[in-house]
Design a protein around this ligand. Structure first.
Ligand code: ADP
Ligand code: TRP
Length: 340
């Protein structure tokens, strides 16, 4: 089984990113069987649809790589690389774009959401799902672990693969499946019904510590009911956020105590901070080393380049297969693909 996922370099990771995406990627890398492989890449080509500041992009790409390595992605078993180290995906995106109807892209909810939030509706933003499909099929991926907001893009990839293979009467591309994380939707600090997102200013950063962490956790919205009043745990953002860190038994215990009365919001917030320090303390220090020291940056660069080279070999093989399918044997030869 081959797993693949892309991560947009979009800012300091928060609990939503961690429980909705990163954790699943790290766990996948650590539990690969002998016949499994995993590809994780930093979607820097995609990032250009939203970030057009070179210094910021450089910093964000390093930050994502450091975040994954610090949180324990097993880089000996899984590949971690930059999307732009595999330029073949852009060629593949072109081939896919010629078999993709406008109607399919017009249905993309993520495009509509981004435009309604004020992002410039560039051609790149509109064709974003095609590049994403190219990322997925380039490596013959079987399973794509994603957050709920990306599910539609993987379904669209499925449609593009079916069209491409049918148009060229070839099984050139593999159909992928998506897989949602066990926590596909983490609520924000403002309410149980909102989604944690950097665009809503309701996040808790996984790498915040000390006073900064305290400030973010204290910002979780609560009401003025005193500790002795019984509360419905499911209606509390502060409980939902703590629950992310609890085992089944621990969760049942906290729920029961909340329903009985006697637990204050301060107790829940304190427990969140304790759990965050325990879960992320070591990773914070490792990330700091990777981002701020020359040695750390070199370590990251080695990992990324090694991943990029290995990924590129796989993508070139797939692209050559597609070029042969469409009748461009010259392009397949350029990539080292044998003629059909
Ligand atoms: P943001 O909403 O803060 O801009 P991104 O869109 O950059 O976050 O999301 C990066 C990854 O994290 C995606 O895979 C997305 O599905 C996941 N993700 C983001 N927010 C949440 C959330 N609140 N709950 C679960 N997963 C999330
Ligand atoms: N669009 C994804 C996101 O915003 C990032 C991404 C790019 C991706 N290419 C991908 C995810 C391929 C999965 C597979 O989170």
């Amino acid at each position: 089984m081959r797993f693949l996922s892309g991560i947009q370099p979009s800012g300091t990771p928060h609990l939503g990113n961690y429980f909705g995406a990163i954790l699943q990627h790290v766990e996948t890398s650590r539990s690969l069987g002998p016949d499994d492989s995993a590809f994780f890449f930093i979607a820097d080509y995609h990032a250009l649809t939203t970030t057009q500041d070179p210094e910021k992009l450089r910093a964000l790409v390093t930050d994502v790589a450091a975040t994954y390595v610090a949180l324990g992605l097993d880089v000996d078993k899984a590949l971690l690389f930059r999307q732009s180290d595999v330029p073949e995906v852009c060629e593949l995106a072109w081939l896919l774009s010629t078999v993709t109807g406008m109607g399919l892209l017009e249905r993309a909810t993520s495009y509509k959401d981004k435009v309604s939030k004020g992002l410039a509706s560039s051609v790149g933003l509109f064709t974003y799902p095609i590049l994403m499909a190219a990322d997925i099929v380039a490596y013959d991926s079987d399973v794509v672990p994603v957050g709920q907001d990306q599910q539609q893009h993987v379904e669209m990839t499925h449609d593009m693969v079916v069209h491409f293979n049918a148009t060229y009467h070839a099984e050139a591309l593999k159909r992928p499946e998506w897989k949602l994380s066990p926590t596909p939707r983490v609520c924000g600090t403002d309410s149980v019904s909102s989604k944690m997102s950097k665009s809503y200013n309701n996040t808790i950063s996984i790498f915040a510590d000390g006073k900064d962490l305290k400030k973010q956790v204290n910002a979780i919205v609560t009401d003025s009911r005193p500790p002795e009043v019984a509360k419905d745990p499911l209606s509390l953002a502060v409980f939902q956020l703590l629950a992310l860190f609890l085992s089944v038994d621990e969760r049942a215990d906290w729920e029961q105590r909340l329903r009985q009365g006697g637990v204050g919001y301060g107790d829940l917030k304190k427990e969140i901070m304790t759990r965050m320090d325990a879960r992320f303390g070591e990773a914070r220090a490792r990330r700091q080393h990777l981002v701020t020291t020359a040695q750390g940056q070199e370590e990251l660069e080695i990992v990324l380049q090694r991943g990029g080279r290995a990924a590129r070999r796989v993508a070139a093989t797939t692209l050559a297969r597609c070029y042969r399918a469409v009748g461009m044997d010259n392009a397949a030869r350029r990539l080292g693909g044998a003629p059909a």
